[in-house]
Write a protein that binds this ligand. Structure first.
Ligand SMILES: Nc1ncnc2c1ncn2[C@@H]1O[C@H](COP(=O)(O)OP(=O)(O)OP(=O)(O)O)[C@@H](O)[C@H]1O
Ligand SMILES: [Mg+2]
Length: 270
């Protein structure tokens, strides 16, 4: 296996959003800090970022940091009607959701109040929020921010989505929701230098003591991936497998360009 060949304990460029591999680029670190702050302040927070830029990974890292102190409800498939959203929240609290909306809201409010008294205010995280089908569901999210006591929110809400979410929420129809947003942050792709740090970091976490990629290879990875971590992972894995096949312990830019072509990416010429 290529793992043994390169001296890795695990596959360094896996596809899953595993927070153990989190590389804290300045943007990722800032995003995490802002989300933590928003949760402390019980604000509504929004995190945007391109496909594959690390939003879900960040949400998992965030959960690791806060879940000891607060219950977290994570919704990863938010193609939900308002009623389905409320039911998911009730289930997330371990309750059996009531049938009628008013009862359901009462049920959720009682739970929020109970957690507030225990000083364990919960966090609702909705990933892939660009998939929320209708404005009515966003309206329900807005109404959840009305659960307050003495002017204090009882629930922190984090919405995470691709850039089209930002575009959508900028329309007039979403003005009321927009006014509730305390914190928003757009995650950026990695710079060339950060791409090299990212590659080094993942290799180290995977137990590798030598980085087989040359500097030129990492530059090529940056150009072909435009600094998007998921694409970097794909290129790196393909190049590692390819080099293993040739029993080559270093990986040069040529292998990255070949991997890019294999995946139909612009070979980094531009
Ligand atoms: N800061 C990071 N540190 C380590 N790995 C990262 C980082 N950012 C992204 N990755 C890796 O890149 C891949 C894509 O990340 P992730 O799934 O978090 O992106 P996403 O923004 O949620 O994408 P999508 O819009 O498709 O949901 C994962 O394999 C993840 O491990
Ligand atoms: Mg994601």
């Amino acid at each position: 296996m290529f793992r043994e060949f390169f001296g890795f304990r695990e596959k360094p460029f896996g596809k899953t959003p595993n927070p153990a591999y989190l590389y804290e680029s300045p943007h990722h670190r800032e995003a995490l800090a802002r989300l933590e702050y928003a949760i402390e302040e019980k604000e509504l927070a929004l995190l945007y970022g391109d496909v594959g830029s690390g939003k879900t990974t960040l949400s998992r890292a965030l959960i690791d940091r806060i879940a000891g102190a607060r219950p977290v409800i994570l919704i990863i498939n938010p193609t939900l009607s308002p009623a389905q959203l409320l039911r998911s929240i009730a289930s997330g609290f371990g309750l059996t959701p009531k049938h009628h909306r008013a009862d359901l809201l009462d049920q959720i409010y009682s739970k929020l109040y109970e957690l507030y008294e225990e000083r364990r205010e919960p966090v609702l995280i909705i990933d892939e929020a660009q998939l929320i089908p209708k404005k009515a569901t966003f309206e329900e999210i807005r109404l959840l921010t009305n659960f307050q006591l003495d002017d204090e929110n009882l629930l922190s809400i984090v919405l995470i989505g691709q850039p089209e979410l930002k575009e959508r929420l900028s329309h007039k129809a979403y003005r009321a929701l927009r006014q509730r947003i305390g914190i928003q942050y757009s995650l950026r792709s990695l710079s060339e230098e950060e791409t090299a740090h990212y590659v080094n970091h993942r290799i180290r976490v995977a137990g590798g003591s030598v980085n087989p990629f040359t500097m030129e290879a990492m530059s090529a990875m940056f150009r072909c991936s435009e600094g998007i971590p998921r694409v970097i992972n794909t290129l790196a894995t393909t190049a590692l497998l390819d080099a293993y096949g040739d029993e080559s312990s270093t990986i040069d830019a040529g292998r990255i360009l070949a991997a890019a072509r294999e995946h139909g990416l612009d070979g980094g010429q531009g």
